[in-house]
Design a protein around this ligand. Structure first.
Ligand code: WTA
Length: 692
């Protein structure tokens, strides 16, 4: 039997869904764009406001030719997002005893959970600590932590006192952390001693120390660094007397094994600077568990999250309190068709936007129970994900195409070791999902019972903007289908004309929804230039998109100099500027290249300075350099020697040509603007000497 092109929503899901038919979706969607103030106003009524929103409910200008770009929702209304996601659930909805998070550590067996009431207490306690350390409304706080409950505590504590959190993914390097601290002028860093990632031990404090040293060298000494004892927790450490078989995997104070074992499992030393460093557990010891929230304007800044920019320097995407709150809550409710008894698991790290919106704020605003997983999909064995799904009876599961492709490699057997009978809805995010991975997810993981929601969105959009609704939308593998409520997409051609019907071009949005970013931190002009200048009157996503004859949207990938490695956006310019810092490299060009698991990977061309030789030791050094400058996710897969690079007469590198060379595809298209065609043959020849 051939595979169908369209998958109608499963009847059982539709029967109890909030949006149970496509007709209902269309009615609600129509209203959301015709009467956005009324539509979102009713949703806002479900939240607690000190001063409720008044008219006009929102205001904006998307047209650079008419003046400054701005977006405001519910300005003048007063609330607190932490109060809404915690106190409202505990006090008004009487669900203090409900589990907010099941925490599952890297090591199986290392697990705990926290209820809404307990989470509220911990957040209040830490909020009091922050206040007592002098953190005030509007101050920026940098958070560099592993996937632990305290990361959520830290972010919500900031939100409670009106401080702006800037979370930096714990896989980023010291240099990246330093850049982000400097860019947003953070007054404080919150980190942890370290964590385990698979069988790798990450001494996070050491990296944080390096970052702080770099900040000091740049005349920005941070006065305080709060450190969570996570790796050094007593329950994770054995005293070396355990004779269990197989040997216990915990960290060990008195390790007997060989050198390698010691390197892996010995408790790392936490370096300590008493004038700066403060232990989290000591700070909270005497702090009160009650804390009056700081009442904030809906348009006060909630957080900054850095995302790659095509010029190389990351952009601090700013989200504000009110709009982000109502939009993440609403998308979570409808896209995952959330019901009170669901157990939800989003595998994204909180250091990325998916973790912010759909592991923290969205689920908590709905009073949901989530799994928070510290570890890796295939550690300690390739069934870990499915084992966790059965352990917690996960009903809604949200992951990235790269994880699906990785798990697919091991076939169906590891999946089938576990029943997965609790699963109802499966989601994906982060990059276009190839139909083969979609079908495997649908057929094998979900056993054809579970609708797939392929959610397209960006750090900038705050929440889902193109997505199916599981009880309403018939899906097509690889398509993010239709716009969410309040979102009005269009496809433009190069001249900025809106294309109707079947079409392909630039994906743009015509009006704001509540969670669209408000500015680039400290650089509003960059915000305007990046997203609004190319086509005045529209928010430009940077993605290409096709609309098929049935009106379905298909994201075709980035059309700027960005690439998407394992669902993480990287800028080629950022990688290039790291490469040219090496003394042997005169010039570098990085392009995206297809990769079976990561989706895309980095293929780099380097032109060496005279007298320098292209060797495997050099490529090792270059890879290390990129890892140090940006982080392990940016490590190039291929580095090729390029005595010359293909350039236009005006000196612009022709990346389109380089992408073809990387793929060994000789159909180069139009090369008439190329200044020197002889470099091309040389580059094709050098492909075989590429090192990866
Ligand atoms: C890509 C992640 C196709 C896209 C939430 C976008 C996707 C970038 C999808 C944003 C999807 C994300 N289908 N492409 N379902 N989801 N993308 O800021 O290129 O890390 O612009 O936000 O990822 O990545 P970001």
């Amino acid at each position: 039997m051939s595979t169908p092109d369209v998958f109608p929503p499963a009847a059982e899901v539709a029967a109890s869904a909030h949006i149970s038919s496509f007709q209902k979706y269309e009615e609600m969607y129509g209203r959301s764009v015709r009467e956005p103030s009324e539509f979102w106003g009713e949703i806002a009524n479900d939240f607690y406001w000190r001063v409720p929103p008044a008219q006009p409910f929102f205001k904006y200008n998307f047209d650079v030719t008419k003046g400054k770009i701005y977006i405001e929702w519910m300005k003048g209304a007063v609330t607190n997002i932490c109060y809404n996601v915690l106190d409202r659930n505990v006090n008004d909805k009487k669900q203090g005893d409900k589990v907010a998070f099941y925490w599952e550590g890297n090591e199986p067996g290392d697990a705990t959970s926290i209820t809404y009431a307990e989470l509220l207490k911990k957040v209040c306690q830490f909020a009091n600590v922050l206040r007592s350390q002098g953190v005030k409304k509007g101050d920026r706080v940098s958070i560099y932590m592993p996937m632990v409950i305290e990361l959520v505590v830290a972010m919500l504590a900031c939100a409670r006192i009106g401080a702006v959190h800037s979370i930096v993914f714990a896989g980023f390097s010291a240099e990246s952390l330093c850049d982000r601290i400097l860019d947003s002028h953070c007054s404080l860093l919150i980190t942890a001693d370290g964590f385990l990632r698979g069988d790798k031990l990450i001494n996070l404090k050491q990296i944080a120390d390096e970052a702080l040293k770099k900040c000091s060298e740049k005349n920005y000494p941070l006065k305080k660094c709060m450190v969570l004892k996570h790796l050094g927790r007593d329950d994770l450490i054995c005293d070396g007397t355990s004779k269990s078989s197989p040997p216990c995997k915990r960290l060990c104070q008195n390790i007997q094994g060989n050198k390698q074992d010691k390197a892996k499992r010995a408790v790392p030393q936490t370096t300590w600077n008493p004038s700066v460093d403060l232990w989290w557990h000591e700070l909270v010891k005497n702090a009160s568990t009650e804390c009056e929230p700081e009442w904030c304007d809906a348009e006060d800044q909630l957080f900054i999250l850095y995302t790659s920019g095509s010029t190389g320097k990351p952009k601090g995407v700013v989200h504000t309190v009110g709009g982000y709150m109502i939009f993440t809550a609403t998308t979570f409710k409808y896209v995952f068709d959330y019901h009170h008894d669901d157990i939800y698991w989003c595998t994204a790290d909180i250091g990325w936007i998916t973790g912010h919106s759909y592991l923290a704020y969205g689920p908590l605003a709905n009073g949901a129970t989530s799994v928070l997983f510290e570890g890796l999909p295939i550690y300690p064995d390739i069934s870990r994900m499915w084992q966790i799904i059965d352990k917690y009876s996960v009903s809604k599961f949200y992951t990235a195409p790269t994880a699906i492709r990785l798990l697919m490699k091991y076939g169906e057997e590891p999946v089938k070791r576990y029943s997965r009978k609790s699963l109802k809805i499966l989601g994906t995010v982060g990059e276009p999902i190839n139909p083969e991975a979609w079908l495997w997810y649908y057929n094998v993981v979900g056993e054809k019972r579970c609708p797939i929601v392929d959610t397209f969105w960006q750090t900038e959009t705050g929440g889902h903007v193109l997505t199916p609704l599981p009880g309403a939308t018939a899906t097509k593998p690889g398509s993010a289908t239709f716009p969410f409520f309040g979102v009005v997409p269009a496809i433009l051609n190069e001249s900025g004309e809106e294309l109707e019907g079947e079409a392909e071009g630039y994906l743009v949005f015509k009006q704001p929804w509540p969670a669209l970013m408000r500015t680039v931190y400290g650089n509003h002009e960059r915000f305007e230039t990046t997203y609004f200048k190319k086509f005045p009157g529209y928010y430009v996503t940077g993605d290409g998109c096709r609309r098929d004859k049935d009106g379905y949207y298909w994201i075709t990938g980035r059309i700027d100099d960005m690439l998407n490695v394992s669902g993480h956006l990287l800028s080629t310019a950022e990688v290039e500027s790291a490469l040219v810092e090496h003394s042997s490299v005169a010039e570098a060009a990085a392009v995206s290249h297809p990769h079976p698991v990561k989706g895309e990977c980095l293929y780099c061309f380097v032109t060496l300075r005279d007298g320098h030789e292209f060797t495997s030791s050099l490529t090792d050094q270059l890879k290390k350099l990129v890892r140090e400058k940006i982080g392990p996710i940016a490590t190039p897969d291929y580095i090729q020697n390029a005595p010359g690079l293909p350039k236009t007469r005006s000196g612009k590198i022709m990346r389109r040509v380089l992408r073809k060379i990387a793929k060994n595809d000789r159909e180069l298209g139009d090369t008439s603007t190329l200044a020197d065609t002889t470099v091309i043959n040389q580059l094709f020849e050098n492909r075989c000497k590429t090192i990866h």
